[in-house]
Design a protein around this ligand. Structure first.
Ligand code: C2E
Ligand code: MG
Ligand code: MG
Ligand code: MG
Length: 272
């Protein structure tokens, strides 16, 4: 059964997808040790002339449910890889993070498809990290083969929104992830709540123990950034660092953030 309200939305989405009216925004992820750009996460955007900006949380699940997710993934990945080439022409060789639906992982040949797309555009596979949400990775052990195939090809794997979905500590240990992203729910009150800070610290230590790079999502304030740096978190992403950007905004942002980072570090209390 499809809800009446969803029919119009699905229809509009399909037209936007077919007619090339979706776009990608790119949100930087920076290293907390030196402030340098680690990668950019591609986030799909749909600005409908009458509906306005429709968030991916509305249309991605619809696309999944109604057989449009593969097309969305392929369009998004192609667009993102092409964008990488264009940044590289401008002298920026960075890494990409790309969100994938767990549904795509049901197909054993999906890793080959992704590799072929990278090859076709001459983007090295080690420049790509795929982000999976924890909830979506529930029947995880079934995905083991597909995930391992990605790793063999040099493609990284991040577990997204960690801590709010099913608890998957066991699965974390078994599956070949390379990165863990702590959900912004925990980051939000970490500076004001000892308990939240402790949870964040525990997740960081646990992830490091498993050899994973740790990213904090939803970093909106300077206090959060400083705390995460103190707690040993590797990477920060969030509005404080940068909002999702238009492609042409990325290089100007690099200069602006470099300056901001220097000021941040300069004001950091020095250890005796
Ligand atoms: P996500 O991968 O966890 O992406 C992070 C979301 O948080 C993005 O929302 C981003 O704009 C938002 N965000 C980033 N920094 C902050 C912050 O400091 N504060 C707050 N409040 N929010 C922040 P967005 O773009 O609406 O995407 C929502 C979700 O939709 C994504 O969550 C991802 O799961 C999914 N998604 C986005 N693009 C794609 C795509 O191309 N394909 C697939 N399959 N899923 C996508
Ligand atoms: Mg993500
Ligand atoms: Mg997330
Ligand atoms: Mg999310």
């Amino acid at each position: 059964m499809i809800a009446q309200a969803d029919i119009g939305l699905l229809d509009g989405f399909e037209r936007a997808l077919i007619n090339g009216r979706l776009r990608m925004a790119y949100q930087p992820k920076v290293s907390l040790s030196d402030g340098r750009l680690r990668r950019v996460e591609a986030l799909v955007r749909w600005d409908d002339p009458s509906l306005g900006a429709v968030p991916p949380s509305r249309f991605v699940p619809l696309a999944e449910k109604h057989g449009l997710i593969d097309e969305l993934t392929q369009w998004g990945l192609r667009t993102t890889l092409r964008q990488w080439l264009s940044w590289r022409e401008d002298g920026l060789d960075t890494c990409l993070a790309f969100n994938i639906s767990a549904l795509s992982l049901d197909q054993l040949d999906f890793p080959d498809l992704v590799e072929r797309m990278c090859r076709a555009l001459d983007v090295p596979t080690d420049r790509l990290v795929l982000e999976l949400t924890e909830g979506a990775t529930q029947p995880l052990v079934k995905l083991m083969d597909t995930l391992t195939r990605f790793r063999i090809k040099g493609i990284g794997l991040a577990i997204d929104d960690f801590g709010v979905g099913y608890s998957t500590l066991m699965q974390l240990r078994q599956l070949p992830f390379t990165e863990l992203k702590i959900d912004r729910f925990f980051i939000e009150d970490a500076p004001s709540s000892k308990e939240s800070a402790l949870i964040v610290k525990s997740i960081i230590d646990l992830a490091h123990g498993l050899g994973l790079t740790v990213t904090a999502e939803g970093v909106e304030t300077e206090d959060q950034l400083r705390l995460l740096r103190d707690l040993g978190c590797d990477v920060a992403q969030g509005y404080f660092v940068a909002r999702p950007l238009e492609p042409k905004q990325l290089i100007p942002w690099l200069d602006e953030f470099e300056e901001r980072w220097h000021l941040l570090i300069r004001d950091e209390p020095q250890l005796p």
